[in-house]
Design a protein around this ligand. Structure first.
Ligand SMILES: [Zn+2]
Length: 320
């Protein structure tokens, strides 16, 4: 997996680190102040070398976490780098991301679902947040084995398909067959459950984010799932990234969407990036209050932290 991922990461992160500027330092300080004591996890994104943190986490993709039921209808199966959020509905399962490889889907995801009392054969739709291997690598196997519907944005379908044809040496994962094309503001309806999907370009040209209706104690609490973490190097769009400017616009817009939806917390499939890992650990340890329910104010602050880190990255990229 690391062998497969490396070229993509080199492609995305560039070769040299842009130097800090007065503006980037000021924006990083602002982000740190907003983060307070409770939202420090994403602050690595404010650093010029934030990709080092991603690479370090990637080295733990063989460290599998015990599968967790985080809400009455929401579960997590994954490793210390990346994983899958699983939403149970009255008509089957919706997955967010698909693990990194066929072997992971077969040997960890499917057994993890069974350990949680969920039937992998009931996987109905897999929302792939974006077209990188660590998010869609297991999708073809899920499509083939369980007839799961695979959903990506049009831009990211095109990206994975063109990478397969333009640079086959970089493309060692089997591609899923093009299936559902996600559009901005789309309702994904399955049985008794509605997930709202949005296009949030930046990390890739067509990254998808979601408002996920978690349930606890008989009530529904919306959670905000941003479909990406690492910042692209370039300001403007490239064939493989939406660029820093688009990322920042997406974060600000999705923050507003999350607030309007009444989001009470956030989750990410990259557990290392936003404190999700620590929250999963707390759920597993039997925390009295669900650690994912941090409230609307803290959710807004999380996106403000990302916004200011993106301003820092843009300042570095422009030397401003
Ligand atoms: Zn990615």
């Amino acid at each position: 997996m690391k062998r497969i991922m490396l070229p993509l990461f080199l492609l995305l992160c560039g070769q040299t680190l842009p130097p800090d500027t007065a503006t980037s330092r000021r924006e990083a300080e602002t982000a740190t102040a907003i983060a307070g004591a409770d939202l420090t996890a994403p602050l690595f994104l404010c650093r010029a070398d934030s990709w080092q943190t991603v690479r370090a986490a990637m080295a733990h993709s063989d460290e599998w976490l015990e599968p967790v039921k985080a809400f009455d209808n929401l579960y997590f199966v994954g490793n210390a780098f990346v994983g899958v959020w699983v939403l149970k509905t009255s008509a089957g399962l919706i997955l967010f991301d698909a693990t990194e490889t066929e072997a992971q889907a077969r040997d960890h995801l499917a057994p993890g679902l069974r350990a949680l009392g969920l039937d992998p054969a009931s996987i109905h739709t897999v929302v792939v947040t974006h077209g990188h291997f660590d998010h869609f690598g297991g999708a073809a196997w899920l499509q083939r084995t369980y007839h799961a519907h695979i959903a990506l944005s049009a831009a990211d379908w095109t990206m994975i398909e063109s990478l397969a044809s333009d640079a086959p040496e970089r493309h060692q994962a089997e591609l899923p067959r093009r299936d559902i094309v996600i559009t901005d503001g789309q309702d994904l309806v399955l049985g008794d459950t509605v997930v709202k999907l949005y296009l949030t370009p930046g990390h890739t040209p067509g990254t998808v984010s979601a408002i996920v209706p978690a349930r606890t104690g008989g009530r529904t609490v919306p959670l905000s799932l941003l479909g990406s973490v690492a910042f692209p190097a370039a300001l403007d769009p490239t064939p493989h990234a939406g660029g820093l400017r688009a990322y920042d616009q997406s974060v600000q817009r999705f923050a507003q969407i999350s607030q309007a939806a009444g989001a009470q917390g956030f989750i990410n499939t990259h557990v290392f990036a936003d404190g999700t890992r620590q929250r999963l650990d707390a759920v597993r340890a039997g925390a009295a209050n669900n650690p994912f329910l941090i409230g609307a104010e803290a959710t807004a602050r999380y996106y403000a932290v990302l916004h200011h880190c993106l301003l820092a990255a843009q300042a570095r990229a422009t030397g401003g």
